[in-house]
Structures are given as structure tokens and as C-alpha cells.
Design a protein around this ligand. Sequence first.
Ligand SMILES: [Zn+2]
Length: 693
Amino acid sequence: MSEKKNISRREFVASAISTAAVSALPVRARPDRSFPGIAAKGFAGQPGRVPLPDAPPWKDQGVLNLAKSPYAKLHTVPVRAVTIQSGFWATRREINVSKSIPSMHDLLEANGRMNNFRRLSGRSSAAQRGPVYSDSDVYKWTEAAGFALQSGDRPELRTTTEKIIADVVAAQQPNGYLNTYFVGDRASLSMTPDTQSTGHELYDMGHFLQGAIAYYRATGDRTMLDAGIKFVDDFLLPDYGPAPKKPIVSGHPEIEMALIELYRITGDRRQLDLAGYILGGDERIDFPVQRTIYMFSGTPFTARKKLEGHAVRAMYACCGATDYYLETGDETYWKTLDRLWNDMTGTKMYVTGGVGSRAAGEAFGEAYELPNFRAYGESCAAIGNLMWNWRMLAATGDAKFTDVIERALYNGINSGMSLDGVLYCYRNPLAFDPSTGDKIRNPWYDTTCCPPNLERTFASLPGYFYSTSKDGVYVHLFDNAELDWHLEDGRPLKMTQKTEYPWEGDVAITVTPAEPSEFCVYLRIPGWVRQAQVSVGGKSIPGVRPGAYLPIRRRWSPGETIRLQMDMTPQALAANPHVTEDTGRVAVERGPLVYCLEQLDQPQGVALSDGALLVGQKAGEFRSEYRSDLLGGVVVLHHPGAVYEGSSDSALYSPYSGVSRKSRPALLTLIPYYAWANREPSFMEVWTPLLDA
Ligand SMILES: [Zn+2]
């Protein structure tokens, strides 16, 4: 079932890097650092190495800081300006911060990831542990903690994070270099073109910068940020870049978007230019075509014609390229981004928003190659998809990007973390047979990229709910939430959402400017909507169009309420006929949620593996039922179905009888896809065969 023999990222790296002996590495202590880590606090508020001329105060910076980005139509709202209240995401986010983030910290410790840093400052004698990119997992965890702290102080989490940051920065070398793998007898491999392509040094530092930035935006503490600037300014910029400097290949894109986000704080143009140089590729590094495809780097980004190769690499490259566009307005970038986006959403994205269908190389397949059982759909790739679309949305204000964000968020990302917050998916298949023995949800992976990636995404979620534009405010996502921010001209604005979304389709949004004022509220009407009405103060607003923002421009008095009513009737979806795996099958959606059949919910004697079918495709035949006792509270769908008789003893081949197989009726029950595999392992499928189309 799962193609275990195919090359994974971990194996790819292991095969490409000669692994040297790990014991007896010389310690590279930084004599000027002293502990305990609390000392690091002393940096907070002190003038930095580089002045931060144009950026808004750290407290006012969002998931991205687009305040000065010339080609951003929309601007981010700080995470702390949005409070998500009791509802769908609040539950998830509370578990994230109370269970997932602390338990992942303990696992990073238990698996030696922190000792990797302490070893370099003489505080641990443990040998290096973990794959070549292990540093990035610590940084991504730091970013998750940083985002969590942007939603309010948690002294315990803050103390833990300070200690981690102190251990990390103590491992930085005097020249700014920081990596716990390419040291000692591996040091000579550092930053060679081959190592850049497979060794993840710049990938690690990209995550370092993102972690540093999130923590800075949470606390104003520059300890980690200054160490990141030191890496870029002292180590990278002087020696690496266009000739006559040494060349760079990003290998696993990530540094590009991180450099640009750093530029959005420092205003140091060299950091943006370096990202542009990396995105352009450097022909002095000449790798075989297959490798540049896999890496989605090393050749000019603007020469890319389709999404191929390693999916996370591709998504992160697209994030960096969109960031570059947002700062430079370079049209050749936009043309490429537009083309790649159409390629992905038109031929290569799962209905869950997951991408990267092939286990081999964790890669995009050909157009319409979207297998279900064998689907790879790495959690990180779905997150990369969300991050990319967030940037495309900022550039345009086009709701087609928000539709992808919502699809990925509620489904292909949300599935990646168990409901109890301590098990994670690396793969997110769309069908599953437990008889394969495959275990999809696990507490720890030696390549543990996905768990902290999921944690940082849930922690940063409030920052994705709204944007501002020159003339108003955009509402992207729906949940009980309070916005306390201001319009771009400084007028204070509060907005309160009340809803049972995604279980119900009614959303009430109370708009409270400090005083009556004219501006536009751009209300997103999701693309999945068949029917919706919008009213303000009981008066209907015309122009509602699915997949678009409805502009409601008026003089708003404090306390006026927008009411959005979306029809949540379940819908059966067909795939493009080129997706042969889905021939004669349907997927079911209700609102933003994709549903699946899991064996546990079916009546006795109905085996999904024998071919359980939905009968007919009239959406009206679904019966929705809210089950507070099931999977943390979900709406399940019931639908008449059937199950084949005697399929388990059918031969592989038998004479064609011309008669359709016998089936008997069965009532089938569907659950939201994100909640699958939270009980005992059982058969699951998203695309259900259809009996009488
Ligand atoms: Zn991952």
C-alpha cells in the first residue's frame, strides 16, 4: 500500500550525504556566552544591530509584515488583534497550546535535539542525534511558541522558550554560522554546493529566522532575531551570492521567504536582493535536471512551467517567490506564480487541499495523478499550500486564493493533528486499509517536520482571519472571534463574529468603529456556497457571488450587524474524468468540510472494503446530525447506500457476465475527514463509489 521502498526525504538525504562518525566531535564553545539563559532577556529593548527604520512596532506586525510591501493590496492584522473565542478553532488551539506544544518540546528534548545545541557550547556531551535537518524542528517549535505567545502571555511557555533560545544562540559560531550537524569532522562539508543541495543548512536558518521573528513579534525580545541577523549579515552576505562571491543553491527552499520577512523588519535591501538572487538560481552550480526538479531550486524560478518535484520544496519556493513579488512587483514572477497556481488547482490538488500525491520523492505527480490509498499529501505540503495562497491573496484580494486556504486548513491540514493533540500525520491519505499495517498517526517521527509545522499553523491562525486594505477591511474566515484593530487610516475598529461555523452556515458580524465612519467591509462568500444571503440591519445586500468578496461600502454606525446565511446542504462532488482513481465515485462536502466514510460508523455487516456505495447523488438525500458525543462534537451525514454481496471471495478475474453485481441496501454514515483515524484503525475512504449516477 504505502510505498515504503520509495525514497523519502530522509533517505534521500542519507544517501546524498556521507555520514561521518558522530562521536568525539570537538566542542565549539562560544566563550562570550554565559548562562543561564535568562541573561538573554537583557537584549530585549536594546538597540539592535540594524535599525528598524520603517517597520511598525513589533506588536503590530502580523503573520507577515506587509505594512510597507508596495505590491500588497491587503495588509495583515496582528495575531494578537484577533481573539478566537469558544468554537471550532478555539478547541483545537487550546489543545495545541496546552498539549501539543509542550509534549513536542519534551519529545525534542528526549530525542536529543536540544543536546545537539548544548554540545556545541559545552553544556552536553551527548552525541549528535537526528537527521541532517533536525535543527529546523527546534526552530519551528520556537515559531509555534512565538505565535502562541502572540495570543497572550503564558509565563511557563515563555520561560521554556527563553531557555531554548539561549541554548540555540549559544551554539552560534563567532562568524555567525549556526548548524549542529556540519560541525566537527563534518565541518569541511559545510556550504559546499552538494551540501547546500541536500544538507538543509539554509533551510534550517530559514526556519531559524521565522522562529526568531515570531518570538520577536510576541515579546519584543531580539535575542534570537539578532542572532539571525548576524548569520545573514556576517556569515551569508559577505561571502555568498553572485560572483565573485561563492554561489548559493537553496536545496530545500525556505530561506527565500525568511530573508524577505527579515527584510520586512530591518529594511535592509541586501536581504531582499539575496532572496531574489537565490530564487534566480546560479548557473555556477550545475546539477542534473532531475535534481533541480526535485529541489525546486537551482534554476530560475521564473523558468518553471509546472509544479513538479518535492511538494514542500515547491510550495515554499512559491511562498518565497510571491514574497519577492510583493516587494518588487516583478511581473515575470507573477506570470510564473499564476501559471503554477493554475497547474496545481486545475490538475494536482486533492479535494482536501493536500498536494504532493507521490510517496516517491514526496513529490507532485503528473496532472490528474491523484491516488487515494497511496496519496502522500504530507501535512507540511498542505501547510505550504496555505502559506502560498495567503501571499497570493495579499497580492490580489482575490477570493479564489482564500478558498484554497480554507479547503487546506479545514481538511488536509486539520487532519494532520489528532483530536487529542499528541499524534500527527506525516501522510494524509484519502483512503486507508488497516490490513496494510500502516500507522498514519504517530507521536514522533525521526523526520519531525510536520508536527511543529501543524503547531505553528494553529497557533498563528488568528492572523489569517482578517486583512485591511486602503479602503476597508476583509473578512476571510468564519468563527467566533473578536477583532480589535484599526483601519489603515488609524480609525479604531472592532468586529465581533458569532457563529456555529462550520456546523452551521449563519454568521453574524457586528461592526463597531469608534465613531460612525465610511469604509468598506469585504465579506468573503466561499466558493463552495450554492446559495447565500447577506443583510445589514435586516436589509438585504445585492451582489452576493460565490467565490468572491462582497463589498459592503457604507457609513457604519457602531454596533451594526452583518448577517451572512450560507446554505449548508451537503454536496456530492465529481472529479475531472482524467482522475481515473475517482471514476464513478463522489466526494461529499458540507460547508468547508470534506467528509469520508470510516468503517466504525457503518452498520453491522457492511464492510466498506467490499465496496460500499452511495445510492444516487441527490444532495437532498443526506441527513445531517450533530453528534456531541462523537469525535469532539461533529455533524455526521447519513445517506442511503448499498454494499456488494460476496465480493470478498471474488476471483481476480472471472468471465464477464454482463450482469451488474448484486448489492443490498445499507444506510451509510460519513464523518468529517479531518477527524478520521481518531479511534481504532479502520477502513476509510473519501471518494465513495456511486451506485446509480
Ligand atoms: Zn512534514
